[in-house]
Structures are given as C-alpha cells and as structure tokens.
Write a protein that binds this ligand. Structure first.
Ligand SMILES: Cc1cc2nc3c(=O)[nH]c(=O)nc-3n(C[C@H](O)[C@H](O)[C@H](O)COP(=O)(O)OP(=O)(O)OC[C@H]3O[C@@H](n4cnc5c(N)ncnc54)[C@H](O)[C@@H]3O)c2cc1C
Length: 564
C-alpha cells in the first residue's frame, strides 16, 4: 500500500508547483494523465504580473493589479487574498523565468506583456499563444530534476478521512483497474476545473471536477460554485478556445451588420471588457438576431496583418484553420460564448488549508477566493503558481507539526472496500440505462438553464432535473465490464460526483437573487450588496447541499458600480 507524507493529487501547474515546494519532504504526485497532458497545457493567452515592462504599463503596480482583480470579480473576491496574489506575482514569474520558461520578449529583452480584458495596463506575460504549454513543461522539468515520484494514470475515487483528519485517497490504476489506498498525512488537491458538467465547454474531457466532489462528499465544503465563467470567444461549432490574446492584440468583434457592437455595452474598454460582460454582449447580439445562423458572431483579426498574426497568435491561426477551415489572415473567425472556468471550488484559506485538517487545495479546484464572481483572463495561471507554492509550504508545515504519523491501516482498508463495492455493483448490474445518456442530459440542462442568462423558473427545473438524474444514476449500467482502461466504467464512477457539483451550482444560483459577475439573473438584474455581498458555502448532506454564507474580506475598496 503506497504511503507518502504529502500526496499532491493533480499534476497541472498548481499541483506541480505545490510538489516542488514540498520536495524536501516525502512527497508524491498522483494524476489521471501524464503531467504535461494536464489541462494547464492548453492555456494560451498568458499570465498576469505587474512587472511594468512595457511603456504603456510603466505605472502598473501590485495594488493596481489587485484593484483590477477585485473590480473584475464584481467585489466578491477576498481583497486580502487578491493583494497577496498580486504582491507575490513578480516573484513567481521571475522564478519560473529563471527555471527556463521561454516567455516572449520586448525589444530590450524583458518579458513581454500584452493587454487583457478588465486590466488597466498591459500586464499579461506570454509565450506567444502557448503560455500554459511553456509553463507546464518548465515546472515538470523541475519535478523530474528533484526526483519527485509521479503516479501517472491513477484516478482518485475517494478521500480518506479518519479521526477528524485527512489520511489519504483511494485511487484506481486506469491501466490495470486495480484499486489502492494511498496513505498520506496531508493531501493537496490540485485537480482543476469542472467544465465538463456543462455542454459547450472549452475544457478538456478530463475536467470533470469529480475529485473535488469526492472531497465535498466527505465533508469538505465548496464555496461560490454558482459563479461559472463563460468565455466570450470559443470557436463555432466545436468550442475550442480562441484566446483573449486575439482581442488583446487588437481583434474586433463584429455582428452580421459589420458593427463593432461592444461600443454599446462597454464603450471605453470595447473588446477588452471583462469576460462576463463581453460574453453576455455577444449572446445578446445572437439572441436579438444580429448574429449569424442564430449561433455566432465574428472575431476579425484581418487588420492586424499576416506578420503579427503569425508571430503573436500562431496557435489561434492553426486552431481556426484546422477546426473551422478559416484562415484568420483572410477571413473572420466564427465565435460563440462557452463554459470556460470554475470560479468556485473547495473552500480554502490563503495557505490552501480547508477546514479538514490535512486537506489542502490550490488552482482551479480551490476557491481562496481571488476571482470572486468573475475571473480576469491571465489571473488563473497566476493563481496556480502563487497558491500552489503556498499550499505546498503549508502542507510541509502541517506534517512537520504532527505528533503521530504513519498509515491508518484500517481506515485505508475500509475506504478501498467501499470503492470496490461501487465498482462491483456497476459491473454486475445487468439492466438499467446507460450512464452516457444521463451525463448528456446533465450537460444540456446545465447549459440551457444555469448558463449565461439565468431565471428562477428554469433554474428550479434544473434543480429538479438534477435530483431526478441523481436517482436514475443509482440504477444505471455499463456495457463494458472489464477493468483495464475501461473508460465507460471511469465515466460511470465519476458521474454521481459530477451530479453533486451540478446540484450545488444550480441550487447556489437559484438561491442568490441578484446579478453579480458571471451570475446574471434576468429576474434580478442588479447587484445587491446590502444582502448578497457574501460567499456561498455548500455542505454535503444526504438530502442535498446545505447552503451557508460567509462575509467577503474588504480591505481597501468599497464596492462601487462596475463600468468599463
Ligand atoms: C483552453 C483554455 C485556455 C486557458 N488559457 C488561460 C490563460 O491564457 N491564462 C490563464 O490565466 N488561464 C487560462 N485558462 C485557465 C487555466 O488554464 C486553468 O485554470 C489552470 O491551468 C488550471 O490549472 P490547475 O493546475 O488548477 O489544473 P489542471 O491543469 O487542469 O490540472 C488538473 C490535474 O488534476 C488531475 N486530475 C483531475 N481529476 C483527477 C482525478 N480524479 N484523479 C487524479 N488526477 C486528477 C489531472 O490529471 C491534472 O493533472 C485557460 C483554460 C482553458 C480551458
């Protein structure tokens, strides 16, 4: 039975940065895919840091970056956490640069910075439009260099809690189907977002959120899950992301009349308004008949010229050509909004500590919270390295402070037995419907009824539908009954957990009668600071989530109207 004092679950940027920090301890990483296939690799546009490297950004500072983050978050971010993140940003970026990350450069050789939505200055550092790829490979090299053990293609299926603290996880080796308990004194969750709960998502198929849901079902609360980001520009019709970098470099959004319609919604910021506002503007144009085929608008890059497109946006060009048959040098790109980012997550403090001793979280699966109701582009990659490092350091301090350590044998055996029972039941069930049908219904109902625009009636229907799906999934079957690389079985094991998250998102949204950031209610279009400037905290119960609320930390900036 494997045992490590610290186990990091997830090998994206947050997990690898946490593992590097904990390298002086007995630390290992467990991941469902090879580290460099983690979803961080897909990040395109860049990572924010107030480096003030370009002439237009000379006046930038951590404080201005923190203010933009808080305003972008529609004042739901904890301001002490946003200030901490922006203060540590330069240190983390120069560190990864020193480790060899090939950032694009200014003519003088400094890290180049481009404008991004909702930012007062050009502060997004980038490696062309493959920033996540460059950062992830750099961190992985550091993990290899330090000899950190990585368990690849292991799927976490449960969290082990005993004696009031976290004692490890249960995971399945996807290659053989073998189930094992991984004993640990501290677990750092870094399992990414939950985008695949929605139809139309820019996320990879591995972004199910199931690992965070298993923690939730073991008593770790989730925070602010109703805040789901819809990215304005995903490629029509398959929703591959077209990075904000395309607008940062000067791209225009045009409706079918050829009008730069953002002038009506964000006259100053135009295409570089924050994502929630730009996504709603695009959807409004489409809904009111000014889109194409009732489905998309155009992102026009032609005026940037071939040279700039090839140098700054090579991956965007490739994606548009391969997946839509459009060369942006010659034609506008068809785009529509799609689910993109999970602002909520496991409720943790600035050290990544949850209320369960020994359980830490960082990156997209966690909610510190720095993104509040709407994340600014470029702040997520920053969050992964800042809070990954802090969570790794906190896990080390925690295990060094423990008096009695060593695997809790009986808790580990019981936990493996429970997962084996779940698998046995699924594989032996002869009748029932296929889990794929239930998964599809979940995704559709979430996109249609808990999507960009929300309203009480449809959201009530969504909650009821999810509850119905939770019942149906108990009786569902799989057709493939083997254990080796059984993707149908894996999907079936994750689905009940995904439904738990879907219920938290839908119920949290239904219960919040205001509009804030990404959560836009047609029936309550105004922000309501008097009653709803607070975080939603969801606790698992057998009868569904129990919602509680806690205050937002305000340090310097009182909420004001958000104009761009
Ligand atoms: C297409 C796209 C482009 C983006 N571009 C940008 C950008 O330019 N700038 C920016 O700031 N943000 C961007 N984002 C957001 C950003 O990339 C992510 O939020 C961030 O990379 C998440 O990193 P992470 O380390 O938290 O998780 P991930 O990189 O998603 O890694 C999750 C890890 O958890 C593992 N895992 C998950 N579930 C399990 C399980 N059950 N068992 C075992 N292992 C598990 C996976 O194997 C993986 O290793 C983009 C997002 C998308 C979708």
């Amino acid at each position: 039975m494997p045992y490590h004092r610290i186990l990091v679950v997830g090998a994206g940027l947050a997990g690898l940065r946490a593992a590097i920090e904990a390298a002086g301890e007995d630390v290992a990483v467990l991941t469902r895919v090879h580290p460099v296939r983690s979803h961080s690799v897909a990040a395109q546009g860049g990572v924010n840091a107030p480096l003030a490297n370009v002439p237009e950004g000379k006046e930038d500072s951590p404080e201005r970056h923190a203010f933009d983050t808080v305003k972008g978050a529609d004042y739901l971010a904890d301001q002490d956490a946003a200030e901490l993140m922006t203060r540590l940003a330069p240190e983390r970026i120069y560190e990864i640069e020193n480790w060899g990350c090939p950032f694009s450069r200014t003519p003088e050789g400094k890290i180049a910075q481009r404008p991004f939505g909702g930012a007062g200055f050009p502060r997004t550092c980038y490696a062309a439009d493959r920033t996540g790829h460059a950062m992830l490979h750099t961190l992985y090299e550091q993990v290899v260099k330090r000899g950190i053990r990585v368990y690849e293609e292991w799927l976490m299926l449960d969290l082990i809690v005993s004696g009031g603290r976290c004692r490890g996880v249960v995971a399945m080796d996807m290659v053989s189907g073998r189930v094992e308990a991984f004993g640990a004194e501290a677990v750092v969750m870094a399992t990414g977002g939950a985008g695949r709960i929605y139809a139309r998502s820019t996320n990879s198929h591995i972004n199910t959120g199931s690992a965070a849901a298993f923690c939730y079902m073991r008593g770790v609360p989730l925070k602010d899950m109703e805040f789901v980001q819809f990215h304005p520009t995903s490629l029509y019709p398959n929703n591959v992301l077209i990075s904000e970098a395309a607008r940062g470099e000067g791209g225009y959004l045009l409706n079918r009349d050829g009008e730069r319609f953002m002038a009506r919604y964000a006259p100053k910021a135009m295409e570089l308004g924050p994502r929630d506002i730009v996504a709603r503007s695009i959807q409004t144009e489409i809904d009111e008949g000014r889109g194409f085929e009732n489905a998309y608008v155009h992102l026009d890059l032609r005026h940037l010229g071939a040279e700039k497109i090839k140098e700054r946006l090579p991956a965007i060009r490739e994606i548009a050509m391969y997946f839509a048959g459009v060369d942006p040098i010659e034609k506008p790109i068809p785009i529509q909004p799609a689910q993109h980012y999970t602002m909520g997550g496991l409720d943790v403090d600035k050290d990544g500590a949850s209320e369960l001793p020994g359980l830490f979280a960082a990156g997209e699966c966690a909610c510190v919270s720095v993104h509040g109701a709407n994340r600014l582009g470029g702040n997520s990659l920053l969050e992964t390295v800042v809070f990954g490092q802090l969570a790794g350091a906190a896990a080390v301090r925690y295990v060094r402070g423990l008096e009695k350590t060593g695997p809790d044998g009986s808790a580990l055996d019981t936990a493996v037995g429970e997962v084996e029972a779940r698998i046995g039941e699924l594989i032996s069930r002869q009748d029932g419907e296929r889990t794929a049908v239930i998964r599809e219904e979940m995704k559709q109902v979430m996109f249609e009824k808990v999507g960009i625009f929300r309203e009480e009636g449809p959201m009530r229907e969504a909650v009821e539908k999810i509850r119905e799906l939770k019942e149906r999934v108990k009786r569902a079957r799989v057709d493939a009954r083997g254990r080796r690389y059984n993707l149908e079985l894996i999907s079936a094991l994750e689905l009940p957990a995904m439904l738990e998250l879907a219920e938290v998102i839908a119920l949290g949204a239904l219960t919040r009668p205001e509009s804030r950031g990404s959560h836009f209610r047609r029936d309550y279009p105004q922000r309501d600071d008097a009653n709803w400037l607070k975080h939603t905290v969801a606790r698992w119960t057998p009868d569904g989530p129990r919602l509680e609320y806690k205050p937002v930390v305000i340090t310097k900036w009182q909420p004001e109207a958000r104009k761009y």
